[in-house]
Design a protein around this ligand. Structure first.
Ligand code: MTE
Length: 299
């Protein structure tokens, strides 16, 4: 398990080099620590066959580079990702600009294979590399008044040809409730298949929330703000009827224009059999966070 970052970590506690866990080591870790909720979800996903690097990096949604699935792979190289820093502000003890290199030197990088599902009813299995968002939030020190986390993608029209069209209200923004953000399944991903995150997939650093639809997984993050009110989100602003704040994978709620009951795994060819979509994308351990909510209304 990753060592949690705390403000009083001494030099001797800091992982001297980034640890890359391969699949076997993760499985060994699971056997060692027992099946806690988060680990169980990961273990389940370990059994899935990941999509190829080629599939994952060529069929993307990143509207800042165009609305076609192939546009990000074609144009995202225009984005400068080095140097990169994330502004962490709002209700935190240590606000400021955090250089990505400094963040990574303090984090334990793991590989996690997650089922990734899009509201358009396709799904992929992706071996992400990254660290828990909770560790980054701990680094900044979340104040007790904070209830939500707002995220913002970089906005550079000169490097992002898709932003010349008013498809979305730029910059792309997303949000999570604080408990969702602190959940151990919520990942800040910095790579795929052990390689640095390709720009089209949100390089150099993006969010991955495996029990939600992909649109929650905001790419190329430059700002994280802790706040006490629910933040706006890009797709909700664009079409509130179709995209709610919660973005939970609830197969019992149809999208206004199509059913959410089944999905098409990518990579199996056009006629690959559809499979039933699982509640919370199969990550049942997140269910307690939504107890008492009506997920047919809070979509
Ligand atoms: N982040 C930004 N900044 N811009 C986007 O258009 N698209 C979202 C999400 N993050 C998007 C974004 C949607 S709709 C999906 S399905 C996922 O990214 C796709 O991630 P992938 O291309 O790595 O599969």
């Amino acid at each position: 398990m990753a060592k949690r970052w705390t403000a009083d970590l001494g030099y001797k506690d800091v992982t001297p080099e980034r640890v890359f866990l391969n699949r076997r080591q993760i499985m060994a870790g699971i056997a060692g620590v027992g099946a806690t909720g988060a680990i169980a979800g990961r273990a389940q996903a370990q059994d899935l066959q990941p999509n190829s690097f080629e599939d994952i990096t060529s069929y993307c949604n990143y509207y800042e580079f165009g609305t076609g699935k192939g546009d990000p792979a074609q144009y995202a190289h225009l984005l400068t990702t080095d140097p990169w820093s994330i502004e962490i502000d709002g209700l935190v003890d240590r606000p400021g600009s955090y250089a990505l290199g400094d963040i990574l030197s303090q984090m334990t990088i793991e590989e996690r294979i997650y089922r990734f599902r899009c509201v358009e009813a396709w799904s992929m299995v992706v071996p992400w590399n990254g660290f828990e968002l909770a560790d980054l939030l701990d680094m900044a020190g979340v104040k007790s008044e904070a209830k939500y986390v707002a995220f913002e993608t970089v906005y550079r029209p000169e490097e992002m040809p898709g932003t010349r069209a008013p498809v979305l209200d730029w910059p792309y923004v997303e949000g999570l409730r604080l408990d969702e953000a602190m959940h151990p399944l919520t990942l800040m991903a910095t790579g795929i298949y052990g390689k640095p995150m390709p720009n089209q997939n949100g390089g150099p650093i993006r969010l991955v929330v495996p029990w939600k639809y992909g649109f929650k997984s905001i790419k190329s993050i430059v700002r994280i703000t802790l706040i006490d009110t629910q933040p706006p989100t890009s797709w909700n602003k664009a079409n509130a009827r179709e995209y709610g704040f919660y973005s939970n994978v609830n197969p019992n709620v149809s999208h206004p224009r199509w059913s959410q009951a089944s999905e098409r795994p990518l990579g199996g060819g056009l006629f690959a059999s559809r499979q039933p979509t699982l509640m919370f994308n199969g990550y049942d351990e997140v269910a307690p966070m939504y107890e008492g909510m009506d997920l047919s209304k809070d979509i």
